[in-house]
Design a protein around this ligand. Structure first.
Ligand code: CUO
Length: 703
């Protein structure tokens, strides 16, 4: 039972709100499963003491309930360490009690984060393929314009008859309600403000947190490298979208004194109307932040940056050991990119030296999030850059991450280019690859808008508190998002070996030309390369003709998974067969509706690149690249297993080639040279490239 006395008096009690997002599907389902598991074999013998629970809750309660919990804010994160450990190690039987107890005292968003984190990591949930509902279903006002909902419900209350009151409510959230095309940045708002990509981003950081004392949660295989790769891929995709819309690629933000031209007015709130996110006007400037008990200095960004650049250039890091001594460590493959990613992010437990290299990435997020009111003289809340679930909405997210990406790419630029042994899979030849979307013309994909709806009942009505006879049975939000036709890749591949063999097929795309309508040299193009798919294929001797559906992509997850409701999650949890089918089914993954970018009405020319590598060399013991899964192994790995591909992430585009003028075609020759200088220009036949078009239709289909 919860203790009485000191703690209870210090912390304000929960305020009851009916029409805001009070109910938390994450918590609800944990309680439910907690009860279910009481009877099951999952009961663990281990547990934590009552004193440990109280200590952890006290620490977490230092963050006021009225605060907007920010995952990029290390003061907030420090407060979660104990609670995460307690939730991770307490027995499943006691979990509901501990959560209920913490809920009384702890900032709700903070607790939600901790619960989600353990939901992603506790073996009991992971092994049983337990799904948790999507954050949008419990917090719709964070993603949609739900302002019409209260008037809708009020009108019913006043005008409606008794029967009407229980009918489902449907409100429409316009997809571009935050600005107009007078602001060129708004051309790509449909991408930045897409609900699916924001959900993916939040989920990714819950799967790969950068803080905490629990190794099982933090010290995950190739975490730092995946941080670099996944965010790099978001940038490549954003740049593709910008080029489709006639905008230049995003400009990195590396001059901390420069005014920020890009404004952002989010018009959304977090969970309740008292936590509205603040806008940022054009020409804002970074300033030291000193408010709410936390201090961040702009100068620190420059200090840490210099130290990181110095480390990359010298090839040695100053590693701090547990006993406090410092030793030089050589930056070597394959570990260095992972360690650098963890150092820049930064993960105190995994950084080379968090005292020396600081916290470059997350501090940037927070300083940008507060630049409109750094000392709180206007009592303003933070901007979206401090929040996982909304940071991608802000144009500054991409400028900041283009900077971070460039810092880490500096290391990649120092690596020896791949030689023929890295690139070639001898006697495997790709004859052709064709994209077929079933419209007659090959190598053409159509895009358009799709009207869909999501069930947010759990997020807007606390069902336990409202009389079922008086509340709508369901609440839906209708919204538009970009969509593309499903398509199939058709492969013809020869295996000239003397036995059958397994290959890893790696599929990428990029814009055919840059913003100046010029073909890009390889060393520029490589950072525009978008991973579309990665899968294994058995190649018999001779000719192999096989197909792969776009819906199988190793990067994306299906719509229903991005928008998983509590109802669906519960249904899956109860049906063992279904749960088994949905192996590794989880909300982390790029939304499938954005597998490819928007294109242009006349058809936007793109480059398709395919490479087949040797599975015997690439495979990872105790992990696997699924043949056609519903999870995003490329962006999220495999739950509680090793990252399933031994190659550096983004291979073969993760590092430059020697000749700065060489293009993709040259990269695909044995010598990698542009001009015939008497050396071998023979093609590497396990690689293939062709062009295709994405045709944008400005019309809406119904989902
Ligand atoms: Cu995901 Cu800056 O890391 O947002």
């Amino acid at each position: 039972a919860p203790p009485s006395g000191g703690l209870a008096q210090k912390v304000p009690q929960v305020q009851t709100q009916t029409l805001t997002v009070l109910s938390d599907a994450g918590l609800k389902i944990t309680q439910r499963f907690g009860e279910d598991f009481m009877e099951s074999e999952y009961i663990t013998a281990s547990g934590v003491s009552k004193e440990q629970v109280i200590k952890a809750v006290k620490e977490a309660a230092h963050i006021p309930r009225s605060a907007s919990f920010e995952i990029f804010n290390r003061y907030h994160l420090n407060a979660t360490d104990g609670l995460i450990q307690v939730l991770y190690y307490t027995s499943i039987k006691n979990l509901p009690t501990v959560i209920k107890f913490a809920k009384k005292y702890v900032n709700e968003e903070l607790l939600n984060y901790c619960v989600n984190l353990i939901a992603r990591h506790r073996p009991e949930y992971v092994n049983a393929n337990i799904q948790f509902p999507s954050h949008v279903t419990s917090h719709p006002s964070t993603y949609f314009d739900v302002s019409k909902l209260s008037s809708e419900l009020y009108n019913r209350e006043v005008k409606g008859d008794a029967t009407k009151k229980t009918e489902p409510v449907e409100i429409y959230s316009h997809y571009d309600f935050t600005a107009t095309d007078a602001d060129p940045e708004h051309f790509v708002a449909y991408f930045r403000e897409d609900v699916g990509i924001n959900l993916h981003h939040r989920h990714w950081h819950e799967v790969y947190p950068n803080h905490g004392e629990t190794d099982a949660i933090v010290d995950l295989d190739r975490r730092g490298e995946l941080f670099v790769y996944m965010h790099g891929q978001i940038l490549a995709r954003y740049n593709f979208e910008r080029l489709c819309n006639g905008l230049e690629p995003v400009k990195k933000f590396d001059n901390f004194k420069e005014p920020i031209m890009e404004a952002y007015y989010p018009k959304l709130d977090e969970a309740s109307d008292i936590k509205v996110w603040s806008p940022r006007q054009p020409f804002a400037q970074l300033q030291d932040v000193n408010r709410d008990g936390f201090v961040y200095e702009v100068q620190d960004l420059s200090r840490w940056l210099d130290r990181i650049i110095d480390t990359i250039d010298r090839g040695y890091a100053i590693k701090r050991l547990k006993d406090g001594t410092e030793v030089p460590v050589k930056l070597e493959e394959p570990h260095a990119i992972n360690d650098l990613g963890n150092t820049v992010d930064s993960v105190p437990r995994l950084s080379y030296n968090s005292e020396y290299y600081g916290d470059l990435h997350t501090t940037g997020h927070i300083i940008i999030a507060y630049c409109h009111d750094p000392d709180k003289r206007f009592r303003e809340k933070g901007g979206v850059m401090g929040k996982l679930e909304a940071a991608l909405r802000d144009p500054m997210f991409y400028r900041w991450h283009a900077f971070i990406d460039d810092v880490l790419d500096r290391y990649k630029r120092k690596l020896t280019p791949y030689d023929i042994h890295d690139r070639e899979f001898e006697n495997i030849e790709i004859d052709s690859v064709v994209i077929d979307s079933g419209i007659g013309e090959k190598n053409l994909i159509d895009t358009y808008w799709q009207l869909d709806r999501v069930d947010v009942t759990d997020g807007v009505l606390d069902l336990n508190e409202v009389d079922p006879k008086k509340r709508p049975s369901k609440v839906f939000v209708k919204f538009n998002h970009l969509q593309h036709d499903d398509f199939t890749y058709k492969f013809r591949v020869y295996n000239f070996r003397s036995k059958k063999t397994t290959g890893v097929v790696r599929v990428f795309m990029a814009p055919a030309k840059d913003e100046t309508r010029t073909e890009m040299p390889f060393n520029k193009l490589r950072r525009f390369m978008i991973e579309l798919d990665k899968f294994t294929v058995e190649l018999k001797m001779g000719l192999n003709e096989f197909e792969r559906k776009s819906t199988c992509s190793s990067v994306t997850i299906p719509f229903e998974q991005t928008f998983m409701t509590l109802e669906k999650a519960t249904e899956y949890a109860k049906d063992e067969k279904k749960a088994a089918e949905l192996l590794s089914y989880c909300g982390c993954g790029w939304p499938h509706h954005l597998l490819v970018g928007r294109g242009r009405p006349a058809g936007y020319p793109c480059t398709l690149f395919v490479m087949i590598t040797d599975y015997d060399l690439d495979k990872v013991p105790d992990s696997s690249i699924e043949s056609c899964g519903t999870s995003s192994i490329s962006f999220c790995g495999v739950r509680n297993k090793k990252y399933p591909d031994k190659r550096p992430m983004g291979f073969p585009f993760d590092r430059p080639i020697k000749d700065p003028t060489a293009n993709l075609k040259s990269f695909m020759t044995k010598s990698q040279l542009t001009h015939d200088t008497g050396v071998d220009l023979e093609p590497v036949k396990n690689m293939y490239t062709t062009t295709f078009k994405i045709r944008y239709n400005n019309k809406t289909k119904y989902g």
